[in-house]
Ligand binder design. Structure first.
Ligand SMILES: Nc1ncnc2c1ncn2[C@@H]1O[C@H](COP(=O)(O)OP(=O)(O)O)[C@@H](O)[C@H]1O
Ligand SMILES: [Mg+2]
Length: 257
């Protein structure tokens, strides 16, 4: 069982990659769970799911009941083991998906029941031996903190050929250890691998592979189709990356941090 988080700058292809990877893991026979943790909430279409579930944060009563205040105390360790079954939907290849939703950041911020509920859910979501979780994260790094990222087996940073997105990767690399990420690796999307490769080597970030710029990805997006059902050379490359991901996760000795 593996938990994989996908990060990177906005627009680099996190959602496209997350949805495609989750479908591939489902096709491989894993109990694949894709979680939309981005406030944009557009992971469903990249999975080929037409009727996305309601965001978890819409279920105010549930959150109150599980993580709310009782007898003057908040429950910081709410029950979450039934959430995937009850609040997720099942899509093509039996991929499952959930949407986290957004938490209003009031004065008490991380103390509120909704955020402690979401953090508990993320920490405990992997239940079965053959489960895989792919988390499509919010862009940037500001939201990355121990509470949400603890227990992530592999964080993949999606990088475009360009210094701004390499800079994001570098900042994530610096944070990775502090926020409890076990392994960090990168994929290069929408361009040539070569110019980016040496920068990643310099940063000592393991490279899982490259995904070429592919019009099929754009057309799939425009038609609301899942890239994996559309095909093309970008999807072919993601199949290779999926194999490299599994190899890296199964390799106990390799620790790119
Ligand atoms: N390899 C690729 N080739 C061409 N277009 C791509 C590729 N990967 C992603 N895109 C397109 O880039 C845009 C942003 O992708 P998206 O996955 O939404 O990024 P993010 O989640 O990082 O904001 C989408 O229109 C998507 O279709
Ligand atoms: Mg996205």
């Amino acid at each position: 069982m593996f938990k994989i988080a996908i990060t990177g700058k906005g627009g680099v292809g996190k959602t496209t990659f997350s949805g495609t990877l989750a479908r591939m893991l489902a096709k491989d026979g894993y109990d694949s769970i894709a979680i939309d943790a981005d406030s944009d909430m557009n992971l469903a279409s990249s999975l080929g799911i037409k009727n996305p579930p309601r965001p978890l944060t819409d279920y105010k009563d549930l959150i109150q009941e599980r993580a709310g205040e009782t007898g003057g105390f908040f429950n910081y360790n709410p029950k979450v083991d039934d959430i995937v079954e009850k609040y997720g939907v099942v899509g093509p290849d039996n991929v499952k998906m959930l949407i986290m939703g957004t938490v209003e950041k009031g004065g008490t911020g991380c103390m509120c029941p909704a955020s402690s509920f979401l953090r508990a859910f993320l920490r405990h979501v992997v239940l079965k031996e053959n489960s895989t979780v792919v988390l499509d994260m919010e862009a940037g790094i500001e939201h990355l903190g121990r509470g949400t990222t603890k227990g992530i087996d592999l964080m993949i940073v999606v990088v475009e050929p360009g210094m701004r997105s390499i800079e994001t990767a570098s900042r994530i690399k610096k944070l990775a250890h502090d926020i409890g990420i076990k392994k960090l690796a990168a994929v290069v999307n929408k361009g040539e691998l070569e110019p980016v490769k040496e920068h990643l080597e310099e940063l000592n970030i393991h490279l899982l592979g490259g995904i070429p710029y592919d019009e099929n990805m754009v057309n799939a997006d425009l038609e609301g189709a899942a890239p994996i059902d559309y095909g093309g050379k970008a999807v072919d490359s993601i199949w290779n990356i999926k194999n490299n991901v599994l190899q890296l996760l199964l390799d106990k000795s390799n620790n790119p941090n």
